[in-house]
Design a protein around this ligand. Sequence first.
Ligand code: NAD
Length: 461
Amino acid sequence: MQLTVRDKATGERIGSVAVARRDDVARAVDRAAQAFPGWSQIPVVERTRRLFRYADALERYREELALSVSRENGKTLDDARAEVRRGIEAVEFACGMPSLMMGDALPDVARGIDSISLRYPLGVCAGITPFNFPAMIPLWMFPLAIAAGNTFVLKPSPQTPLTSEMLCEVARGCDFPAGVLNLVHGEAATVEALIDDPRVAAISFVGSSGVARAVQERALRAHKRVQALGGAKNYVIVMPDAANDATCSAVIGAAFGGAGQRCLAGSVLVAVGSAGDVLAPMLIDAAAKLRLGRGADSATEMGPVVSAEALARIRGYVERARAAGAEMLLGGGEIPNEGTFAAPIIFDRVDPESELARDEIFGPVLAIVRTESLDEAIAIANRSRYGNASSIFTRDGGAARAFASRIEVGMVGINVGIAAPMAFFPFGGVKESIFGDLRCHGKDAVAFYTQQRVVVSRWPS
Ligand code: NAD
């Protein structure tokens, strides 16, 4: 069976990939398992030499990669370029594996006894990725896993598989032995075949929370190492002292960038005191001016959403909210005829317990919730079942400090709308935004892709 891939702005067919059946998955894992003993024994400095080449090659192809991301995902070319840049940074981080994999040593832990800790690769690792970052999220996974001496099978989103094809194609010119990096396509059945294969030692997953939970449960039943990053609902708190143009533009970027299809999307603005009265008209004005269109057109500021199903889901939320009497300040507007476009929508005075303020809508819908105090704003955010990211906008250091220490998320922004950690810091949240303890990239990922071993030694004198 073939999966057809379309340009999300025009609906035009841009390619297709073959769905891997259970025996295709087994063959990919077989290749990875065969390659593991040889690859893991190549010294880490030689492994990372290939990754330096890979980072260089990705630089050369970065515009093609960005175009591929923009077409199959729909995001603007500038967004796609930024994503490819973040992905290359993850490869650059993986190039530091000789230092990252180093263990600890302590001589004379007892009389005549020394102790060292070492890190070894796990074996075959698998990665399952979502549609919203077709270049960056695969690059969070396989470069680090491979640099640590593992081999890898990647299963990208069926909605955006072509960029992964390019990432693997570029890797082919960088001297990785056959079987080190493998690609399979498909949906749930392909993922299940990967998790169930006894030769797969570890599963990295990024996607929605329901699937993340199911992937974690299935992997744990087979006693596998698993990190499964899930969905999000991110609250942006604005204090009255920060209700200004800069905050407005940061909130617009956080809410509508990538058409709201980011796990770091700031989709609820919790306006404290007078901040709502000042910001609401500014946000309406700015959102109404956003130009929708094909990501590759330089005038475009917001692309389409990923599919007709996504569009229907978003419309469902908007219609239910309106039927329940929610105050819609902005909605509709000019949308292109083709593709799956959703115009920016803003609701004000949203009930903080409504589905508009609690569910991950994953589209260009901003809910404004009004509160009287920072304490109340933090309490609203902390009642979310998700805990990916949250930001505060303020000029008050005390408020920022209280927020950073009390907000229950993994990524905190202070006067930054999208608090995206760079490749050397861990990326991930808490609560239903993650299933598993170790996050993606940073030292967490090094720990995830390696097995620690402690050696205690005594030598007769
Ligand atoms: P998704 O959960 O639908 O799909 C993610 C991956 O899982 C895809 O490769 C898909 O083929 C596979 N999959 C789908 N259903 C499956 C099933 N039943 N069993 C096994 N595998 C299955 O997510 P999506 O729509 O591609 O991406 C959007 C979601 O990803 C949002 O919820 C977003 O918040 C989340 N996300 C989270 C992060 C993070 O860092 N926490 C980053 C990016 C995206």
